[in-house]
Ligand binder design. Sequence first.
Ligand SMILES: C[S@@+](CC[C@H](N)C(=O)[O-])C[C@H]1O[C@@H](n2cnc3c(N)ncnc32)[C@H](O)[C@@H]1O
Length: 254
Amino acid sequence: MTHADERTKFYGSFYEESYAAMGVFNNQDAPKQAEQILKLLNVQSESNILDWCGAWGRHAIPFVKAGHRVTLLDYSERYVRRAEREAEEQGVKLNTIVSDFRETPTEIQADYAVNLFTAGIGHISKADDRVALIALYNALKPGGAFLIDTMSLLWIWRNYSTSRWRESEDGTKRLLEKSIFDFTTNTIMSTWVYQDKAVGTEESHTFPLHVYSPAELIELFGSVGFGDFKLYSDFTGSEFTIDAKRTVLVCKKP
Ligand SMILES: C[S@@+](CC[C@H](N)C(=O)[O-])C[C@H]1O[C@@H](n2cnc3c(N)ncnc32)[C@H](O)[C@@H]1O
């Protein structure tokens, strides 16, 4: 199986259930994050927002609830269907597109786009990221803003660990992350192993992630036409420093 296939498999039940169940991220934090993002971007009322690689809509649904027209794009049909179900249950209208982000339809013409929690960019190759970013650029209106939230290369360098072990409180479930960092390419090769002792199962996935420095992101985004860059360490707009755990970059299509 290729790394790309492994990554696609990872974004099935593994990421949704095993990874999430071990507290790597928390769906409950998302509405607050969505509120902070709207404020940081100074989003005008009734805007068109694209949640680019938005999974099951943990940010997209709060954006709709805040009065915006939202399109969620993700290549995982499973997550997009869940987003549709949850939007319907919560009585809100969410537009959805199942698509690879390299084929983002130009017709979207969003005022704002967000790409949250290290989603898509860095997963395949720099050339693929550029193709995806050109598609995104074309799917934004002139003057539209784009926010990306991803890992901080500086934080990873300073806190680098080769393995990490998470265990559920009752000790029946374990998630092990083994990482090998290639300093010549700024790429992490991660292996995720999830064990459920109660059911007697073990599942593992291995794939690379290229981690961009802020300068590299700005160079890449600038090469497709984005400008007016602003760099933060979180969604409240805190200054980016060497201690920042996340890279939050905002830019505009002229
Ligand atoms: C780490 S998750 C983050 C999801 C969401 N932004 C959030 O914060 O909940 C990455 C998401 O990107 C999607 N994804 C990864 N590669 C993609 C691609 N090439 N095209 C479209 N979606 C992709 C995955 O299916 C997954 O839902």
